[in-house]
Design a protein around this ligand. Structure first.
Ligand code: DX5
Ligand code: ZN
Length: 220
C-alpha cells in the first residue's frame, strides 16, 4: 500500500508567526514541511533562505523539504544542509552540472531530487536516476502560490511513476502547485505519493480539517 504524505508549503503561511504556523500545521497532520526558496532570478519572486530554515528547525520534527528555485544552485546547498534541511530539490535547467549538484546534496547528508516545470522533459533523469530520492512534478509554473493546477501534469506524474517503478528504487514522487481537496485524488491516481499544498491549507482557518479531508480523498 502506498504511504501518502502531505507537505504543506509555508509560502502561504503567516511569516510574522512562522514558528507557530509550522507547529500548528504539523499538529494538524503534516508529514513534511515544504520550504520554497525563490531568488528573483530563476523565478520572479523572492522568499526565504537558510536562516529561516534554521529558525523553524527546532519547532518541527518532520522532514523539511527544500525546493530550490534558484540559479546558481550549488553554493546554497551546504548552507541549507547545515540549517537542517532533510530533502533538497532543484530545477535541472538551473544547474550547470546536474550530477554534481545531486552528489553535493547527498554528500551533505540530505536526500536529493530534481524538479520538473510543466515544459521540462523528464529525460533529465536518464543518467542520474541512481542519485535521485525525490522527483517533484510542478503542476504550475514556479514562482507563486495560489495558482491553478495544470491538468497536463497528470500525464507527467504517470510517466515519472513508470520510471520510478522501472528503477526499483525508493523514490518519492511529489506534486506541487494548485493541489486542493478536490484534485488530490487525481494526482494520487496518476502515481504521486507526496502532495505539496500551500494556499489550500494555510488559506483556511482549520488546517486539520483540510489535511483530514485530503487524506479521506486519498483513502477512497
Ligand atoms: C510554487 C511553489 C509551490 C507553491 C504551492 O512555485 O513551488 O510550492 O507554494 O502553493 P499552492 O498550493 O498555493 O499552489
Ligand atoms: Zn514548491
Amino acid at each position: 500500500m502506498t504511504t501518502f504524505r502531505i507537505a504543506p508549503s509555508i509560502l502561504s503561511a503567516d511569516f510574522a508567526r512562522l514558528g507557530e504556523e509550522v507547529r500548528n500545521v504539523v499538529s494538524a497532520g503534516a508529514d513534511i514541511i515544504h520550504f520554497d526558496v525563490m531568488d528573483n532570478h530563476y523565478v520572479p519572486n523572492l522568499t526565504i533562505g537558510p536562516l529561516v530554515c534554521q529558525a523553524i528547525r527546532p519547532h518541527v520534527d518532520v522532514p523539511i523539504d527544500v525546493h530550490l528555485m534558484v540559479k546558481p544552485v550549488d553554493r546554497i546547498i551546504p548552507d541549507f544542509a547545515k540549517a537542517g534541511a532533510n530533502i533538497i530539490t532543484f530545477h535541472p535547467e538551473a544547474s550547470e552540472h546536474i550530477d554534481r549538484s545531486l552528489q553535493l546534496i547527498r554528500d551533505h547528508g540530505c536526500k536529493a531530487g530534481l524538479v520538473f516545470n510543466p515544459a521540462t522533459p523528464l529525460s533529465y533523469l536518464e543518467h542520474v536516476m541512481d542519485k535521485i530520492d525525490m522527483i517533484l512534478i510542478m503542476s504550475v509554473n514556479p514562482g507563486f502560490g495560489g495558482q491553478s493546477f495544470i491538468p497536463q501534469a497528470l500525464k507527467k506524474i504517470a510517466e515519472a511513476r513508470r520510471l520510478i517503478d522501472e528503477s526499483g528504487r525508493d523514490i518519492l514522487l511529489e506534486v506541487d502547485g494548485g493541489i486542493k481537496i478536490d484534485n488530490i485524488a487525481a494526482a494520487a491516481a496518476a502515481g504521486a505519493d507526496t502532495f505539496v499544498a500551500g494556499s489550500a491549507i494555510f488559506g483556511q482557518p482549520d488546517y486539520k480539517a483540510v489535511i483530514d479531508a485530503m487524506r479521506a480523498n486519498l483513502a477512497k
